[in-house]
Design a protein around this ligand. Structure first.
Ligand SMILES: Nc1ncnc2c1ncn2[C@@H]1O[C@H](COP(=O)(O)OP(=O)(O)O)[C@@H](O)[C@H]1O
Ligand SMILES: [Mg+2]
Length: 358
């Protein structure tokens, strides 16, 4: 009898300090539930809202409570920093690859990827630089603009400018962007801290609100457009899914529309003329490659009625529940959730093997 090959241990890292903690918990449960058990074994590592890493055993207990009590998050009010939880970090010694499913801060922004690079661990998804560019909308837009990608006009405001001279900032935003304007934290997600401003009063409130989440804020021209998204999968030779469209009843795709509103719809494939779809697909692939992305990303666009479009953002850890746009797009393309997860793990291992180690 041939011995059965050893199952690869996959650490599923989820939760975290960002506003997208709850979504991450759902994504992680989806991935762990769908992991191909013949090849992989999931090792869950939860990070609490306070930033504390739990050991796999503690995470199992926390997940059982989440299921029993219908909780949505991991909480430990007396959380300590990462360096005090060496047991949780040491759990990584016994796994073969890490699947980061933490959105936003310390998960999607390159910091976690840096830790994993230093630890010499293979992981799923984008590396340090692509993650950092994917997270920071200000840096990302500057980069894309320099590479001639179509991006919406904006100005960037630093907290120090705002503190020094609010009037001046408001005047500059009005002169360059005008109304209506979208105001958002540079490092954010799930539309938290994002609002539409139609007047100076709105703008003042919107900027102050966005600064609750970041020290950099963008004021953008508001675009009246359809919102379409495409899933990219691969390392140096990535592939694109068909295009999907989001529709919602809210004024924009805000937090409620994203997670709680049954009126929100995902339409796959989006009803778009072929030539426009081709250009969006090419732009998404080029954007992915330009930031040296790996594994996966969802690339989001604003599409105007005349076929022109703007590249809105690249998400390196997109929502990954079985119902989320990224997996749904691949499912439509013929790659079911389970096989998508397997492919992402393989891509993470391939990328790790490619790196010279001297
Ligand atoms: N310039 C804009 N014009 C029109 N709508 C916008 C603009 N910027 C953001 N929005 C709306 O806000 C949502 C969230 O903004 P986005 O930049 O995608 O940040 P997040 O990372 O939170 O998804 C978008 O999906 C869209 O509905
Ligand atoms: Mg978005």
């Amino acid at each position: 009898m041939t011995p059965r090959p050893r199952k690869l241990k996959v650490a599923v890292l989820f939760g975290g300090r960002s506003v997208e903690h709850d979504v991450s918990v759902v994504s992680a449960q989806g991935v762990m539930g769908a992991l191909d058990e013949a090849r992989f074994k999931a090792v869950p590592i939860g990070v609490t809202r306070q930033g504390t890493w739990l050991t796999p055993a503690q995470t199992e207990q926390a997940l059982a409570r989440i299921r029993q009590e219908r909780l949505r998050s991991l909480d430990e009010p007396l959380g300590e920093g990462l360096l005090y939880r060496t047991a949780a970090l040491a759990a990584l010694r016994r796994v073969d690859i890490v699947f980061p499913l933490i959105h936003g801060t310390n998960g999607e922004d390159g910091t976690l990827q840096g830790l994993l690079e230093m630890a010499g661990m293979p992981y799923v998804g984008a590396g340090v630089a692509a993650s950092a560019l994917g997270m920071d909308k200000a840096l990302q837009k500057t980069f894309f603009r320099h590479h001639d990608f179509p991006v919406v006009n904006d100005i960037e405001i630093k907290a120090s400018d705002w503190a020094r001279d609010r009037e001046n900032v408001l005047r500059a935003a009005e002169a360059t962007i005008g109304y209506p304007a979208f105001v958002k934290p540079a490092n954010g997600g799930s539309s938290v801290g994002t609002s539409k401003a139609r007047s100076r009063e709105d703008l003042d409130v919107a900027i102050a609100e966005a600064f609750r989440y970041d020290r950099k804020v963008l004021v953008e021209e508001a675009i009246d457009a359809r919102e379409v998204e495409i899933a990219i999968l691969g390392n140096d030779e990535p592939e694109a899914s068909p295009i999907g469209e989001i529709t919602y009843e809210a004024e924009f795709y805000d937090y409620h529309a994203k997670y709680d509103d049954p009126a929100t719809g995902l339409h796959i494939p989006a009803d778009i003329p072929d030539d426009v779809a081709t250009r969006i697909t090419e732009t998404a692939l080029a954007a992915y490659k330009s930031i040296d992305c790996a594994g996966l990303a969802r690339v989001d666009f604003f599409l105007l009625p005349d076929g022109h479009f703007f590249l809105n953002e690249v998400n390196t850890i997109p929502g990954f529940t079985p119902m989320s746009m990224y997996p749904k797009l691949w499912e439509y393309a013929g790659l079911p959730y389970r096989d998508l997860i397997t492919r992402l793990i393989e891509l993470g291992l391939e990328r790790y093997q490619e790196k010279p180690r001297g």
